[in-house]
Every structure is written in C-alpha cells, then in structure tokens.
Design a protein around this ligand. Sequence first.
Ligand code: UDP
Length: 352
Amino acid sequence: MSVPIYPGRGTGRTSLVTGGAGFVGSHLVEHLLDLGDEVVVLDDLSTGSARNLAGVADNPRLTMIHGSILNPTTVGQAMRSCDRVFHLAAAVGVKLIVEQPLRGLRINIHGTENVLTAAIEHQASVLLVSTSEVYGKNTADRLREDSDRVLGDPLLSRWTYAGAKGIDEAFAKAYCDQEGLDVSIVRLFNTVGPRQTGRYGMVLPNLVGQALRNQPLTVFGDGRQTRCFSAVEDVVPAMVAIERDPRARGEAYNLGGAREISILDLAHEIIRTLDSRSTVELVPYERAYAPGFEDMRRRVPDNTKAHALVGYEPHTSLTSTIMRVAADLLSRERLGSDAMPLAGAATFRGVV
Ligand code: UDP
C-alpha cells in the first residue's frame, strides 16, 4: 500500500472530500480549491471518474487517493491532515440500488460509520451529504426537515437507500450528541448539472442524451410524477456555508430546486430546448426497474431553513442547466466513453 504524501498547508483549511471524483463531489472540490483550501479526495472510482477532476488535476493543493470508505485504515490515512470532511461517497442512483442492494447497504451504512468515527479521532468536522429520499413517499406540499418519513416494505430493495441514509443521519446525530462530533447534514433533492451521468438512471442526463441522439425520451410510469431540480452550482456553495456555520451543528438542511415540474413536462422542455426530433415514450415501471417498483409521486422541498441560515436560494434556470448538460455530454462523446480515463486526466495514487 503506498502512502500518499500531503502537500503543505496553504492559507485555507484542509478538506477531505469522500466521493470527490463523483458528479457533485468534483464540483465541490473545484469550489474548495477556489476558496484556497487544501483538498484531499478519497474515491473508489466505482461510479465517479478521474476525468471529472481533469480540470484541477495539476493543482498542487489537491491530493487524490483511490480507495474505499469501507476500509477504516484508508479513511484514517485520508483524514490525517484534514480539519473538515465533506462526506459524499455513497452508492447512489435508484437503478444501482435496486440492482445491488447489498453493496449499497454496506457502503452507505458501514462506510459512513467509518468516516464518522475517523472524524472523531482526528477532531475533524463533518458535513454529511444525505438525500431527499429519506422522506420516501411523503407527498407533502413542501417537505420540511422535520416532515414524516413514509417508507415502503424494507424487503423491497428500492427502499434500502432511504433506509440506509436515514440510519446515516441517525448515526451522525448520535455521534454529535454522545461523542461531541461536530457534524451537520444536508439533504440534496434532485441535483443536476454537467458531469452527472445517466448510467445509474438519473433522469436529466438520460433524457438529454436521448434528445441529442433524436431517440425517444423514456418517461417512466405516467410521467405525472414531479420533482424540483436544483443546479449543482447553486447547491455547492450552500453546502460549504452550512458546514462553516456553528449553528448548523447537529441539524439537517434541505437543499432543493424552486420549480416543481412533472417528468413528462421535463421531457418536452428538453426536446424544445435542444430542438430535438425525439418523441416521448412512456415506459412501465416494471420494465424500467423491477416488478413491484414504487416511485415517489412528488418531491417538493421547503428550503426555508437553509435560506434562513446561509441565504440559500436556487436561481439557475432549468433551461440553462439542460443546455449545459447537453454541451457536457457532447464534449464527453467526442472525448470517448465516461469510463475511459483521459490522457492527462487526474491520476489517483495510494491505491488501497
Ligand atoms: N425517470 C424517467 N426516465 C428515466 C429515468 C428516470 O422517467 O430515464 C423518472 C423516475 O422514475 C423518477 C424521476 O424520473 O420518477 C426522477 O428519477 P431519478 O432517478 O433521476 O431521481 P429520483 O428522484 O427517483 O431519485
């Protein structure tokens, strides 16, 4: 096992970003580097990609470690010189969770506990990145942080993600109350933007890719289920501001989009925005996922709490996000498959 050498501290803080090669993680890493932080990325590159960090690979304040949060030794090494941790590493994507529930449970529960206990040992603060999935089937007009959770049968793999993330939050709170861990929690709603991949089922990059190829847009169910999409560039600065704020300790904050839209309307908006010749195809859930699959009919955040704390306000329009995602997909298509490391892209060391 090679031990990574950390760069000397700059004027900023030293942040560990688990899952830093993922979609949201890579945007966060760029933002933290812009703020002047030293940044250590720990990623197992299972769903993330070194290519996501290609733009900052040469930054001397960035260290990248290829390893898993399931290995406590790796987590401890990654955290050695860090004073705060952004914990994003997780098995995500409904499709992935339905297909590989055991992997998701292990990473999302055991991996997270490894990160939390290492943070206590190293006296680092933590921002736990959770999800709106924890609210489950609650179709409230606006989901507040203290809204009830409405989950289906725990034996259905579909609910294991919400179950595991709920346990993560409970662990974080218990470590905060009983062991003094400085932790705060954000619940991301459907976050979208460049570098998100449709490979694990996420609707926006999936539909944008289909529209660019003039293929039918696959809308699951009746398409009348709704979501509020938020742009990654609105969400990332709010995550950092919440982590910094001592009032956030032991608290959870929704970070979601402002506009509720049905998936059917989203499909039409994508076709219009990209001037595509695609049509829309309704695909039954049992064909899209698995027999007995239950979708969330509606998921609308109440962002009041994050607004009051750090002034969070989603302002990027869906149209501009669609255009940026399309440009990103086109550039990646030109450069080759997502999984293929680019020549000159970020290189990971410390393979564990
Ligand atoms: N969806 C869809 N077509 C796709 C992928 C997803 O209609 O190609 C639907 C999915 O069933 C859900 C919504 O889009 O109702 C959002 O799915 P996603 O997996 O992006 O996020 P979720 O909100 O389910 O976590």
